[in-house]
Design a protein around this ligand. Structure first.
Ligand code: SF4
Length: 333
């Protein structure tokens, strides 16, 4: 790891001051569970880091009737275990519990979790691998290479790296927004607009400026929260990234027809993926094995499998169908 300057402001105002005067390339450090890894791999080489993980202003969890609000510095484990979130938004709680390990969840923040970078082995493997994300213009070793865990949706001819997070999948299903703070003040960014597809520039992964900090995450209240789940399928039951995952939330009218439907996909796309067309197929329908599977098929209709990852199309369809079944059971309890 290269030497760097460590800055630990005590307040949000002091953090803003530090950002204003920071050297180019300075990084914001939250729980440190991703950034330090990337620094050890020489992928991130910041001259300085600004540590925000002790800022009490960012360490809040506030479920109200109108919306859920998390400070970006809240620990994954604390949000996952919050009684109101477990009851009213099991998909959010489960997406956090099924990520990483207990030690990492105790340390990692929900804001940092949203911005974690891909686990593509070529990206992390070293400069000897062609990788447009790590070395722009060098090519993409995954395209035509070992792509078992790479994206089926949202890829480009430059990059097919999968967005690795779980929490963002549940958040996008429930129309979450992130509030950010930068030199020009606060702004709000819908989670659906936070991450970007690689296109021709895989180095750009989100719309935030280098000196912009996520300060809170807001989730509008909806009855579909109670009838929700996050299903994650992976090679082993713990401490592994998703081969396919789905967040689902449902409500039914008095006749048993679906009147609200939320579906988002994880582990299969280059960014958190809301399956809005799949949602529409279920509105006004009964939830049956056939309608649930059809929604999964619609969700994956645009999938572009590569050499080794085609099996995850069917896996993803079944994951959506199974998540809908669990959401339906919860919604009708
Ligand atoms: Fe690099 Fe993206 Fe290709 Fe992986 S998929 S090698 S991150 S360009």
């Amino acid at each position: 790891m290269r030497p760097f300057t460590y800055i630990a402001p005590q307040t949000l105002d002091a953090t803003l001051d530090a950002l204003r005067t920071a050297q180019p390339g300075t990084k914001i450090l939250a729980g440190g569970t991703t950034l330090y890894d990337l620094m050890k791999l020489d992928i991130e080489t910041p001259p300085a880091v600004i540590d925000v993980h002790r800022l009490v202003e960012l360490d809040t969890i506030d479920p109200s009737e109108r919306e859920l609000v998390f400070g970006a510095g809240a620990r994954m484990a604390d949000v996952a275990d919050h009684p109101a979130i477990r009851t009213d938004y099991p998909a959010l709680s489960e997406s956090l519990w099924r990520a990483a390990s207990q030690q990492l969840r105790n340390m990692a923040t929900v804001g940092g979790n949203l911005l974690q970078r891909t686990r593509c082995a070529y990206f992390r493997g070293g400069p000897e691998f062609p990788c447009n994300k790590r070395t722009p213009g060098s090519g993409c070793a995954a395209i035509g290479g070992q792509d078992r865990g790479h994206a089926l949706l949202g890829g480009s001819d430059s990059c097919i790296a999968t967005y690795p997070g779980d929490f963002a999948i549940a958040l996008i299903a429930f129309d979450a927004t992130v509030d950010t703070l930068g030199p020009n003040g606060e702004r709000s960014v819908p989670l659906a607009e936070l991450h970007v597809e690689p296109g021709e520039d895989p180095t750009r992964e989100h719309v935030l400026a280098p000196d912009e900090l996520i300060i809170r995450i807001r989730v509008p209240a909806t009855p579909a929260g109670r009838g929700s789940t996050y299903l994650k399928i992976r090679d082993r039951e713990s401490y592994a990234f998703a081969l396919a995952s789905a967040a689902a939330g449902l409500t039914f009218d008095a006749d048993g027809m679906i009147n609200e439907c939320r579906i988002a996909l994880g582990g299969v796309a280059t960014r958190p993926w809301r399956a809005t067309e799949a949602e529409q197929t279920l509105i006004g329908q009964r939830l049956t094995p056939q309608t649930a599977r059809h929604a999964g098929e619609v969700a994956f209709a645009a999938a572009r499998p590569g050499t080794h990852n085609g099996f995850r199309v069917e896996l993803g369809i079944r994951t959506v169908a199974d998540a809908l079944r669990t959401a339906g059971e919860r919604a009708t309890r």
